[in-house]
Design a binder for this molecule. Structure first.
Ligand code: CO
Length: 215
C-alpha cells in the first residue's frame, strides 16, 4: 500500500459511486444526518463503516485507543455534544474489540510513558471488576472479559454526561449500546446492555437533572 495505490483506489471509488448515482457527491455535500455515533478503538483492524456495512453520511465516528470515554477529554466531549445536540443521533455505540492492545496493556502493568495516563482508566475498570476478573483463570477469557467490561464502563461514562442526560430526559434518545467486534471471526456482538436500567441503579450518584424535569 503506497500513496500511488491509494490515489488509484480513490479514483476507482469515485467512479463506482458516480456510476450508481451521478449526483452522489452533490447529495453528500448537502450535509449529514447520521443516526449513529460510533465510539470505537483506533486499531487499524476495526474499521467502523466496513464492519457495520455503513455508507458515508450514516455514522458519526470517534476513535481512540481502547474506545474510552474520559470526562476530561475535550475531544470526545465535543464529539458527543455535537452528535447529541446538533446531529441529534438516535444511538450511541461503544464498540470494543477482542485482542485490543490497549486492554492487553492494562492487564500487564508496565511503564509506557505518555500512555500511562490514558491506560489508567482501563486499569480502573480492572480494579472495579477485580472480584469477577480474579475468578477467571484462563488468561484469554480474562482478556476477552476485560474488553467487554471496558465497553460497559465506557457506556456508563456516556450516561454520566450532561448533554446525554438532558437529551435523554427530553426525547428518550440517544439509546446507548455496547458492542464488541470479534477480530477472530469478523462478528459484531451486541452485549445486550440495558443502560437505562444501569442508570437507574446509579442515578442517586450521577443524575444531573433537576427533579421536575425527570421522566
Ligand atoms: Co483496541
Amino acid at each position: 500500500m503506497d500513496f500511488k495505490k491509494i490515489s488509484e483506489k480513490n479514483e476507482k471509488w469515485i467512479a463506482e459511486k458516480l456510476s450508481i448515482d451521478p449526483d452522489y457527491f452533490n447529495k453528500l455535500s448537502q450535509g449529514q444526518a447520521p443516526e449513529f455515533l460510533y465510539i470505537g478503538c483506533s486499531d487499524s483492524r476495526v474499521t467502523a463503516e466496513d464492519l457495520m456495512g455503513a455508507n458515508p453520511g450514516e455514522v458519526f465516528i470517534h476513535r481512540n485507543i481502547a474506545n474510552q470515554v474520559i470526562p476530561t477529554d475535550n475531544n470526545i466531549n465535543a464529539v458527543i455534544q455535537y452528535a447529541v445536540e446538533h446531529l441529534k443521533v438516535k444511538h450511541i455505540i461503544i464498540c470494543g474489540h477482542y485482542e485490543c492492545g490497549g486492554v492487553k496493556a492494562a492487564l500487564h502493568p508496565s511503564d509506557m510513558g505518555q500512555l500511562n495516563s490514558w491506560l489508567q482508566t482501563l486499569r480502573d475498570v480492572r480494579r472495579l471488576h477485580k472480584d469477577e476478573l480474579d475468578s477467571i483463570k484462563d488468561e484469554h477469557q480474562l482478556f476477552d472479559r476485560l474488553v467487554e467490561l471496558n465497553v460497559k464502563e465506557q457506556c456508563m461514562n456516556v450516561i454520566k454526561i450532561d448533554h446525554v442526560q438532558r437529551s435523554w430526559y427530553k426525547t428518550g434518545y440517544p439509546q446507548i449500546h455496547g458492542w464488541v467486534f470479534d477480530v477472530r471471526t469478523g462478528k459484531l456482538i451486541d452485549l445486550g446492555l440495558k443502560m437505562e436500567k444501569e442508570f437507574m441503579e446509579i442515578r442517586e450518584i450521577y443524575d444531573l437533572k433537576p427533579l421536575e424535569n425527570k421522566l
